[in-house]
Ligand binder design. Structure first.
Ligand SMILES: Nc1nc2c(ncn2[C@@H]2O[C@H](COP(=O)(O)OP(=O)(O)OP(=O)(O)O)[C@@H](O)[C@H]2O)c(=O)[nH]1
Ligand SMILES: [Mg+2]
Length: 306
């Protein structure tokens, strides 16, 4: 059997459902998901091996106007995610949360299309969240609008939530696999080390629990991550993490009244970690303030975000 591989970049504005789509395809949660924009901060690979064909998805941060050094790094990660791929998926939303002028598209999407054109990348347009569409004929105007702007390989409306249309996308992707050895082992699902995945699981709970500007200024630094046996011989994974935030007032919000918020975040993260490793977990969390860390390259590097 001749091995084949395909590298597929997933790009788009923040919050359109890129990570949800990758997770749905893989049938496993590899990238964290939240209803806040800019959830994904780095390039994350998701690996799917079916027989001779290995498809490597590259989930990227939502492309957006940069406001600090971290944002610039995130946009850079989008550019890097698009290099040397066999095709790209541009994900857009069937229903946008903001008003748009007729015929126009969000500036971030226009910029991504410019980049895809410049790099001559074969691009599939995915219109996500069709489960939210009240009138299906609205799809037609979206398709016409985007078709006028770019020569897409194909356009696929789908729902990463329900899975509707996802099979059609996978069928389309088969075209881009090229004869090549596999880059990952057959049972690999991601390039992220376990330590990074644990830190991300904690950050996801923070994103889901906190509001306004607080979650965007957060990083999770894993200080301890070990598996050991308890006295009764049961395996347990010990996790100790520091939650970095930007202001004293944020620290207070994260901890909550008598530590209630932090406790809730810790137990939600513990459940995820236990499910992921299939053994019991202990999660200890602290909160520290590092002012303006999103503009300090040294700290951005420390948290693995460059
Ligand atoms: N109704 C509906 N919601 C969806 C669908 N796909 C994703 N979502 C929701 O959209 C929000 C954003 O999803 P993500 O997968 O984190 O989006 P993303 O594009 O990776 O976002 P960034 O990482 O911030 O760029 C979450 O609340 C998802 O649950 C869908 O098909 N239907
Ligand atoms: Mg994402």
């Amino acid at each position: 059997m001749k091995e084949k591989s395909a590298f597929i970049a997933i790009v788009g504005r923040p919050n359109v459902g890129k990570s949800s789509l990758m997770n749905k395809v893989l049938g496993q949660k590899v990238a964290i998901v939240s209803n806040k924009p800019q959830t994904t901060r780095t390039r994350i690979m998701g690996v799917m091996t079916k027989g001779a064909v290995q498809t490597v998805f590259i989930d990227t941060p939502g492309f957006h106007r940069p406001r600090n050094e971290l944002d610039k790094n995130m946009n850079k990660a989008v550019g890097e995610g698009m290099s040397d791929v066999d095709a790209a998926i541009l994900v857009i939303e069937a229903v946008t949360p903001f008003k748009q002028e007729a015929g126009s598209i969000p500036p971030a999407e226009a910029e991504l299309l410019k980049e895809l054109k410049k790099r001559k990348i074969k691009t599939i347009l995915v219109i996500n969240k069709i489960d939210l569409l009240e009138k299906k004929d609205e799809l037609l105007s979206i398709i016409t609008k985007y078709n006028n702007l770019f020569d897409f390989e194909t356009i696929i409306p789908l729902s990463a939530r329900t899975g509707d249309g996802v099979d059609l996308m996978l069928l389309e992707l088969e075209k881009y696999a090229k004869p090549s050895p596999h880059y990952f082992a057959e049972d690999d699902i991601t390039d992220q080390p376990e330590k990074v995945m644990v830190a991300e699981m904690i950050r996801e709970k923070l994103l889901r629990t906190l509001d306004k500007e607080v979650p965007h200024g957060i990083a999770v630094d894993l200080e301890r991550f070990v598996e050991r046996d308890t006295v009764s011989g049961e395996p347990i994974v010990e996790v100790e993490a520091v939650i970095i935030c930007e202001k004293d007032s944020h620290k207070g919000i994260i901890i909550g009244k008598q530590g209630a918020t932090l406790k809730r975040i810790g137990s939600m993260a513990r459940r995820d970690i236990e499910e992921f490793f299939g053994i019991k977990a202990n999660v200890k969390l602290w909160v520290k303030v590092k002012e303006d860390w999103r503009n300090r390259q040294g700290l951005i590097h420390t948290f693995g975000l460059d």
